[in-house]
Design a binder for this molecule. Structure first.
Ligand SMILES: [Zn+2]
Ligand SMILES: [Zn+2]
Length: 137
């Protein structure tokens, strides 16, 4: 259950934001029974409904939630999201897909370890740079 936070700061306007990657306290792999028992209202309602629907046919449903960073291929903006994979055994039944809030493009998963620079969400300049690695969640 270890995650990292990455800090990005714009060298132009000073805007700063954190992005998380990995697992956290509630964002982690768990069995359906555990999910229901804990009565979490953590996920988006669409994902919650999907979980409920799939669990009817897949009693061994596993919910794997992870913080991930996505990038819009069009505007190069970063988006921190909780990606949820719903699996049973080795079968992937559902995975979250996200769209850019600005241009509605399908977001692409990005490797934040390699991403040194992106577009600043505040000023739109390509000067949003990764700071040194931050502490654990
Ligand atoms: Zn976009
Ligand atoms: Zn900026």
């Amino acid at each position: 259950m270890v995650g990292h936070a990455y800090s990005y700061k714009c060298s132009h306007c000073g805007y700063e934001e954190y992005y998380k990657q990995g697992h956290g306290y509630l964002v982690r792999p768990q069995h359906y029974d555990e999910y229901i028992a804990s009565n979490q209202k953590f996920f988006h309602y669409e994902i919650h409904n999907k979980i409920e629907t799939l669990a009817k046919d897949h009693p061994d449903l596993e919910i794997d939630a992870t913080f991930r960073v996505f990038k819009c291929p069009k505007c190069q903006l970063l988006h921190g999201k909780v990606q949820v994979n719903l699996t049973e055994g080795d079968v992937l039944l559902h995975t979250s897909r996200f769209k850019c809030m600005k241009c509605r493009s399908r977001l692409k998963l990005t490797n934040i370890h390699r991403l040194k620079r992106a577009t600043c969400p505040a000023c739109g300049k390509n000067s949003f740079r990764r700071q040194n690695l931050a502490t654990l969640l």
